[in-house]
Design a protein around this ligand. Structure first.
Ligand code: SAM
Length: 184
């Protein structure tokens, strides 16, 4: 089984006008993605933010649940938050998640902008041997095209029975992890 980590990217992401920029941290993403990552056995959950004040905010949230008063009140959450790592760039997350070699970077998007890896292919690859995998999620209007273009693979968009498929990143992350490594 290959090592799997996730990353939540706040830069570079698209805004409503399709311009590349930086999004603000959604505090709910911190614990919700941490719980999903912990449940599905991820090594780490990287929060990628280039703005120092936003990284400090993320650190404070993590610290509150891992060392603060709430660590004693809700110890289960402490265990989930303990895998959170806060880094300035996606490259930092890539370097930090490498094992014996650079990880494979798999990105996610609601729209297929290049040829995709199916969930079945990705699941089979993860169950085999190989370098670690870093699964990347966007914020705002999604990952900037250059992040998608430079990744090793774009995963197939998650779809239901209707064309509309713009999930929250929290839902997308949980569904993706379940498809990739959930018990069958
Ligand atoms: N403000 C939004 C929120 O509430 O989370 C942020 C939306 S952000 C574009 C959602 C991210 O979740 C995308 O960048 C992508 O990583 C993932 N995502 C959303 N819908 C998806 C889908 N149908 N298939 C695959 N990934 C999806």
């Amino acid at each position: 089984v290959r090592r799997l980590s996730i990353a939540l990217v706040h830069h570079p992401v698209l805004d409503a006008k399709g311009t590349s920029g930086t999004s603000t941290l959604t505090t709910m993403d911190v614990h919700d993605l941490a719980r999903s990552a912990r449940t599905y056995g991820c090594q780490s959950f990287y929060i990628v933010h280039p703005v120092e004040a936003q990284r400090v905010l993320a650190e404070r949230i993590v610290d509150h649940w891992t060392h603060g008063s709430s660590a004693k009140r809700i110890p289960d959450r402490k265990e989930a938050l303990s895998i959170v790592r806060i880094v300035p760039t996606l490259e930092d997350a890539i370097v930090a998640s490498s094992g014996s070699g650079r990880p494979f970077v798999w990105v996610t998007a609601a729209r297929a902008q290049r040829s995709v890896k199916t969930w079945a292919e990705a699941r089979a690859e993860l169950l085999g041997e190989g370098p670690p995998v870093l699964l990347v999620f966007g914020t705002s209007w999604g990952l900037a095209p250059e992040v998608i273009a430079s990744a090793d693979a774009l995963l197939e968009p998650i779809r239901g029975p209707v064309p509309w498929n713009h999930l929250s990143v929290r839902a997308a992350c949980a569904i993706a992890l379940d498809r990739l490594v959930g018990e069958r």
